[in-house]
Design a protein around this ligand. Structure first.
Ligand SMILES: Cc1ncc(COP(=O)(O)O)c(C=O)c1O
Length: 459
């Protein structure tokens, strides 16, 4: 069993009682998969739920329990589970074939949508995941500038490949990182996000930086937010220093606005990584950006200009199923008011939850922007008013420790017991498919959960 929880907890007992089939599957999985899981974020004590099916804003586990879902396919499903248009497109494509080992019409339509919607996208190259998109973005940045170093911000998450396998949970490595070459660690400069002086000093004091990458609304989709002013300053500083600016819009792309965070801010990076919503809930990713950078992948240009092309393969790049689902999703998002609706839902949850925290006299606050909501669990016991809490005004230390409150793990189980699946941050990503009824259920589940935690002495 992963990290044990108190055996006398009524919350844990209630969770176990209603998830017997999940427990059985977890026990079998433990014999096969390290920790019994296939994604680190599913590491849950005593075990996670096993889901059977989903629809719209809801999902049902193998024991028949229904949940309002705030994972939304790790942020991929802004339209909700099994969106009609995406499913119809997928069925149609399944009948035609899933892989042709050749170019196909849907990839062209998909690329055109990306080019039309994402401001920086003069050229597009599809990959199979966000991790791969970032890997290619780094390679492009190094090849284009001829420089070696990559600047990242502590706590910003960019996938699991070697360059980003450290620092995403905080801290700068002061020794080896298991399995990662020292040379890679030495070529990544990790700095605190949101600190404009430090950022400017880092860029101006060296001439070996190929690119700076960030999640443009802040770490974990704004759980540790950065301001538009910081991002604008970063745009200026990177331009002044001959360094490329890379937006990781794997989450924010097609979510913050149809043109992503860059469309919302009116700040255009040199390169952007996309995934998740991009392919309508199927696997996929893309790197897009300036034509003069992406031409490093172009056979004809390389031959004409006499440079060594960057190689890029990938069995599932722009595969027909992902392409067709992506086309259906992006068409819906482009003019459908989807991003606005998801953001409005996010604001409703945050407001209603803060009213409830005030009523219940809980020293926590719901915060976030756009279609995100997070709970500031106030681990250091500050004197805060939920209704006026401002995540932007908090220190980086406070914000990065918010998820580490001892009650956070039990909160997740309590919410499940009350019919809502939230992430361990704690919080969630909101879909356009969430309804007012879902939001009422969520706030009421949080009310019951904080009462349960209070009864067990956790708050
Ligand atoms: C901001 C960000 N970048 C990159 C990734 C990695 O994407 P993928 O899981 O498709 O490899 C994620 C995944 O959650 C992400 O949130």
């Amino acid at each position: 069993m992963p990290d044990s929880l108190p055996t006398n907890s009524k919350i844990v007992a209630a969770y176990r009682e209603r998830t017997l089939k999940s427990a059985e599957l977890a026990a079998t999985a433990r014999e096969m998969f390290p920790s019994g899981i296939t994604h680190d974020s599913r590491h849950t004590a005593p075990y996670g739920i096993y889901v059977d099916h989903a629809k719209g804003s809801r999902k049902w586990d193998v024991d028949g329990n229904e949940y309002v879902d705030y994972f939304g396919g790790h942020g991929a499903l802004i339209l909700g589970h099994n969106h009609e248009g995406v499913i119809a497109a997928g069925h149609h494509q399944l009948d035609k074939g899933t892989h042709f080992g050749a170019s196909h019409p849907a990839e062209v339509e998909w690329g055109e949508l990306v080019k039309d919607m994402v401001p920086c996208a003069e050229r597009v190259r599809f990959t199979s995941s966000g991790t791969e998109a970032n890997l290619m973005a780094f390679r492009l940045a190094r090849a284009f500038t001829g420089k070696s170093k990559l600047v990242r911000f502590v706590c910003h998450f960019h996938g699991w490949q070697d360059h980003v396998a450290f620092g995403a949970k905080g801290g700068v490595p002061d020794g080896p990182v298991p399995g990662v070459l020292d040379g890679i660690i030495e070529n990544v400069v990790l700095i605190e996000p949101g600190n404009e002086d430090l950022m400017r000093e880092t860029l101006s004091s060296r001439d070996d930086i190929a690119g700076v990458i960030l999640e443009p609304t802040g770490a974990s989709f704004g759980q540790i937010p950065v301001t538009r002013e910081f991002v604008a300053a970063l745009r200026d500083a990177t331009t002044e220093n001959g360094t490329l600016l890379l937006f990781d819009e794997v989450v924010t792309g097609f979510r913050v606005s149809p043109g992503g965070a860059q469309g919302h801010y009116g700040i255009t990076p040199d390169l952007t990584s996309l995934a998740k919503i991009l392919s309508g809930g199927l696997p996929g990713g893309a790197v897009c950006g300036r034509a003069d950078i992406l031409e490093l992948l172009d056979f004809e240009v390389a031959e004409k200009k006499g440079f060594q092309k960057i190689g890029h393969q990938g069995t599932y790049n722009a595969n027909p199923m992902s392409a067709i689902a992506g086309v259906a999703a992006l068409k819906e998002i482009r003019f459908g008011g989807i991003c606005e609706r998801a953001s409005e839902n996010g604001a409703k949850i945050r407001n209603q939850m803060n009213k409830m925290f005030s009523e219940e006299n809980v020293p926590w606050a719901a915060f976030g922007d756009h279609s995100a909501w997070y709970v500031y669990t106030n681990p250091e016991g500050q004197d805060i008013d939920p209704m006026s809490f401002d995540g932007y005004a908090e220190t980086f230390e406070h914000m990065s420790h918010s998820g580490s409150h001892p009650a956070a793990r039990k909160l997740r189980l309590a919410m499940l017991v009350n019919g809502v699946d939230i992430t361990s941050k704690p919080g969630g990503t909101v879909m356009a498919a969430h309804t007012d009824e879902d939001i009422d259920i969520t706030v009421e589940a949080m009310r019951q959960s904080v009462r349960m935690l209070r009864e067990e002495g956790d708050i």
